[in-house]
Design a protein around this ligand. Structure first.
Ligand code: FMN
Length: 212
């Protein structure tokens, strides 16, 4: 069977890409708005663009045609932090993926704590074994039919690796991270193989939790 992307409706190409490009790393991206409110959200359309200089890229979709909070913050402040995400962080990661209003930080509800960055304003997530402070260098626009998407290219200006995860040769001990990966549909990848986790809807969350 072959599928011409031009025939796909608004979501079919997204679903095909999501189920074909696997496993993908999940990163938590922290940003701040102009008043310093911290935003954190997971992204798996993420990759290495260059190693020297170290450059990463994140593909950020839109919500009802508008920038997600991460995108709006990155556009305005040109700064972000990439936090490596482990299986132990999966619950908080799912909470931070909900559509919180821009005026509400995901940090407290998701149970994460922060560490100051050294070069950029957005903080690092303390539970993450390694973080990369980044400056946005370029934003490329893609998408049509209301499926606006931006590819954010950012240069790493500082690497941080928790000492517990540093090998004797000074490199990150990736095998000890117990990394969380993204597969297709609602599936994830961890140390014991694949497992399913459903997204939580913000409206449902509000029924049992307090909002601002
Ligand atoms: C595992 C996972 C990976 C995700 N990857 C992406 C992604 O690569 N791009 C994207 O636009 N949204 C992605 N999302 C959805 C965003 O995290 C979600 O829209 C979030 O509410 C955005 O938050 P913000 O408005 O605070 O930026 C992902 C969600 C999950 C659970």
């Amino acid at each position: 069977m072959q599928i011409d992307p031009k025939d796909g409706d608004k979501t079919v190409n997204y679903r095909i890409m999501r189920n074909l490009v696997i496993p993908r790393p999940i990163v938590l991206v922290s940003t701040v708005n102009e008043s310093g409110l911290v935003n954190v959200a997971p992204f798996s359309f993420f990759g290495v663009v260059s190693a020297h200089p170290p450059v990463i890229g994140i593909s950020i979709g839109s919500r009802q045609g508008l920038d997600k909070d991460t995108m709006a913050n990155a556009r305005r402040t040109r700064e972000l932090v990439i936090n490596v995400t482990t299986e132990a962080m999966k619950k908080g990661m799912m909470i931070s993926a909900m559509d919180f209003p821009a005026v509400e930080s995901e940090i407290e509800p998701s149970g994460f704590s922060t560490l100051d960055s050294t070069v950029v304003r957005p903080p690092r997530i303390a539970e993450s074994p390694a973080q990369m402070e980044c400056r946005v260098t370029e934003i490329m626009e893609f998408g049509r039919n209301g499926q606006k998407r931006n590819f954010v290219i950012a240069e790493v200006v500082m690497f941080h690796v928790n000492d517990t995860y540093l090998r004797d040769d000074g490199l990150p001990d990736h095998l000890q991270f117990n990394i969380l990966g993204r597969l297709g549909d609602d599936y994830y990848w961890g140390r014991k193989g694949s497992f399913e986790m459903k997204r939580i809807k913000y409206e449902n969350w509000l029924k049992t939790h307090k909002c601002v």
